[in-house]
Structure formats: C-alpha cells, structure tokens
Write a protein that binds this ligand. Structure first.
Ligand SMILES: Cc1cc2nc3c(=O)[nH]c(=O)nc-3n(C[C@H](O)[C@H](O)[C@H](O)COP(=O)(O)O)c2cc1C
Length: 170
C-alpha cells in the first residue's frame, strides 16, 4: 500500500476484533515509529505496549471510561522524557510524539490493522498503573488491532479553507 492509500484508508476505529496482532507486524509498525523525525534528533520518546487484559481495562477507565478501548488487543502508551522547548516557543515532546504516533497509525493501516488516537485520559492513573516515573510525560495513547467495525470517512474541510499561498488570506 502506498503512503497516499494509507492516509486515505486510516480512520479512527472504535471496535476491534479479539484477533491478536502478529509480533512481526507489531515489530514493523514500531520500527516506523523509531524512524520518525524528532527535533534535534533527540528521540526522547518511549512507547509502552499494553496487551494484558486487566491493564487494558484499567487504561480504558483512566481514558475517561472510553470502554471501546478494551476491545483493542494492544494499547500503545506514548511517553516523552523531553523538557526541551524549541526557539519558536513550542514544546518538543508533544510534537515529536505525535509524529511517531502517526507513523504508527499509517504503518498499522498498511498492515491491515486499525488504530484510534486517545488524548482524553488522566495521566496520573496511568503513571501508577504502568510504573511510569513521575518526570516522564504521558502524551498520547493509541488503541491498535484488527478492526471489527466498518471503515468510515469522516468529513474534512475543503482544501481552500485551510491553505493559502504567499500571505495570510483567510
Ligand atoms: C490528538 C488526538 C486525540 C484524540 N483523542 C481521542 C479520544 O480520546 N477518543 C476517541 O475516541 N478519539 C480520539 N481522537 C480521534 C478523533 O476524534 C478523530 O481523529 C477525528 O474525529 C477524525 O476522525 P478519523 O480519525 O476517523 O478521520 C483523537 C485524535 C487526535 C488526533
């Protein structure tokens, strides 16, 4: 599958099959995260893969009780150790982590899997559940697995609404 196909095919899946993810597939998907760009090439991201059923249930509760998450055979907990801020004033951690997580989402799509970004969660509960040190920031979670729902295309703005050339023309 080429990159444009994967971009078009990816959607947020909120119901997963119980079929486990083959380790070779997961390895290839995580390799896509490893190869992602990062500011100053710091690569200060860390990914905790949670497959244990009880822990997945706890994660779903910590994720604002989004119980569909428990149907996913794996949940990727995206963390960062970086306190750096770029000269532009933006924090590196969420940007780098988001790039790596989207590499994961697109690679997963290319492997016939589906994903869902999870930003609605209470980090404190997850720190305790997974023994993540306090100084490590939990930036995003991602549910991943074989989809049990139907692929959907959710609406997007028209390109002219979001892009202009040469100067601000919105
Ligand atoms: C940073 C971020 C956080 C998100 N958090 C959640 C979430 O907590 N729960 C959820 O069901 N979907 C979450 N989503 C998925 C969005 O709702 C979804 O991407 C959007 O509605 C567009 O739908 P699509 O991904 O199917 O194209 C999140 C997406 C992003 C990028």
């Amino acid at each position: 599958m080429d990159i444009y196909e994967a971009i078009k095919k990816r959607y947020s899946c909120r119901d997963y099959s119980s079929k486990p993810i083959e380790q070779e597939k997961l390895d290839r998907i995580l390799e896509a995260a490893r190869l992602a760009p990062s500011a100053k090439n710091l690569q200060d991201w860390r990914f905790v893969i949670v497959t244990d059923e009880k822990k997945r249930q706890e994660l779903a509760i910590a994720a604002n009780e989004q119980l569909f998450i428990t149907t996913a055979p794996a949940i990727i907990v995206g963390c960062s150790n970086s306190e750096h801020t770029m000269r532009c004033g933006q924090k590196i951690a969420p940007i780098d982590l988001a790039i790596a997580m989207e590499h994961i989402a697109l690679a997963a799509t290319a492997e016939g899997l589906a994903t869902c970004w999870i930003g609605s969660f209470f980090p404190g509960k997850i720190h305790t559940l997974l023994d993540i040190p306090e100084k490590i920031e939990i930036i995003e979670l991602m549910a991943i697995g074989y989809p049990a729902d139907k692929e959907v295309r959710r609406p997007r703005e028209n390109i002219k609404t979001i892009v202009c050339y040469e100067k601000w023309q919105f």
